[in-house]
Ligand binder design. Structure first.
Ligand code: IPM
Ligand code: MG
Length: 365
């Protein structure tokens, strides 16, 4: 027996829609990597979202919380059902009850999402050619536990007129925690940080700007720029090359990260990691459960596989193995293999299913 084999324990929550099939792809890739490295991955599966509701009448049962607590990292698929069914008990508030509750349960306040353009997929990007050719390498830090997401939500449908309100709150500590993360990351990259807010209108944004500005004093080597969110949404399309690390609040980060993901060609390409102060983390694709294409073996597994690679890098200190996965995906794309979402009219490529694409990635490891 090889005594130097290191064991890594992972909570696996495939969830709903395409979650289970892209998760299967990621697990197969992890197993193939384990064979090459001196590691063994132990997986503990848990139910979440609609899948958990079927068994427990609960979108985030205690059993699942405890599986997460007992492992070293969480690999998450996606949750949620078809939009037309959102009033069925199985899907009503499913995302909030599962994913948001999970973020809260483990204090995952820091969300990191990465956008890169694979040269092979350049033609899929909605950006102009000259911008695509400049390349794209952006990290966005999104605060995950404050803002309008977690304030009081009121929906008065029986009053006349009907009214609704959502309260946005930020504390100094919440802003400071993610700011330090973003500055530290910027320091290791191009030493440029853009903090995005709506300080010309919102009180939470005024506080955001103040705290970020104060913390910047501790990172004099990082050049800080404040940008209003509406301007940022526009600049990301007009001149994405100016961005390296972006720092922003929960709701703005939700919206801007979707915009960023499509710049790379498909929502199915963007991995994401959510950390707490102790470094415990959850890894998930930024895209959703895509129930319309679930179970058809056509989903793009790249974001889920890249999320597993992020886990190797950040939770298990296996950067070489993470890089191996990135390279294998790149090679697979260079060889012309594509899932259906990555095909355009003029691309000369081989369209394959989720399983076949994954097999190619593994062959290229
Ligand atoms: C995301 C998602 C979630 C969010 C939804 C599913 C609640 O859009 O992770 O970006 O808004 O945070
Ligand atoms: Mg989102």
């Amino acid at each position: 027996m090889n005594t130097s084999l290191s064991i890594k324990n992972i909570a696996v929550l495939p969830g709903d829609g395409i979650g289970p099939e892209v998760m299967q792809a990621a697990i197969e890739v992890l197993n193939a990597v384990a064979c090459k490295a001196q590691v063994k991955f132990n997986y503990s599966y848990g139910l979440i979202g609609g899948a958990a509701y079927d068994k427990y009448n609960n979108h985030f049962p205690e059993q699942t919380r405890s599986i997460c607590a007992q492992n070293e990292a969480i690999l998450f698929g996606s949750v949620g059902g078809p939009v037309k069914d959102y009033l069925l008990p199985k899907w009503n508030n499913c995302e909030a009850n599962s994913l948001l509750a999970l973020r809260q349960a483990f204090n995952f306040n820091i969300n990191l999402r990465k956008a890169n353009i694979f040269a092979e997929l350049a033609e899929l990007s909605p950006l102009k050619n000259h911008l695509v050719n400049q390349g794209l390498d952006i990290i966005i830090f999104r605060e995950l536990l404050g803002d309008i997401y977690f304030g009081k939500h009121v929906l008065e449908l029986s009053s006349s007129p009907k009214v609704a309100s959502d309260v946005a709150t930020y504390t100094e500590a919440q802003i400071a925690s993610i700011s330090h993360f973003a500055f530290k990351t910027a320091r290791l990259r191009k030493k440029k940080l853009v903090s995005v807010d709506k300080a010309n209108v919102l009180a939470t944004s005024k506080l955001w700007r103040l705290i970020v500005q104060e913390i910047a004093q501790q990172y004099p080597d990082v050049q800080l720029q404040h940008m209003l969110v509406d301007n940022c949404a526009m600049q990301l399309i007009a001149n994405p090359g100016q961005f390296d690390v972006i720092l922003t609040a929960n709701l703005f980060g939700d919206i801007l990260s979707d915009e960023l993901s499509i710049l790379s060609g498909s929502l199915g390409m963007m991995p994401s990691a959510s950390f707490n102060a102790d470094g415990f983390a959850l890894y998930e694709p930024a895209g959703g459960s895509a129930p319309d294409i679930a179970g058809k073996n056509i989903a793009n597994p790249i974001a889920q596989i890249l999320s597993a690679a992020l886990m190797l890098d950040h939770s298990f200190n296996l950067p070489t193995e993470a890089q191996l996965i990135n390279q294998a995906i790149k090679k697979t794309l260079i060889s012309g293999f594509r899932t259906a979402d990555l095909v355009t009219a003029n691309s000369n490529c081989t369209v394959v299913g989720t399983k076949e694409f994954t097999a190619q990635v593994i062959a290229n490891l």
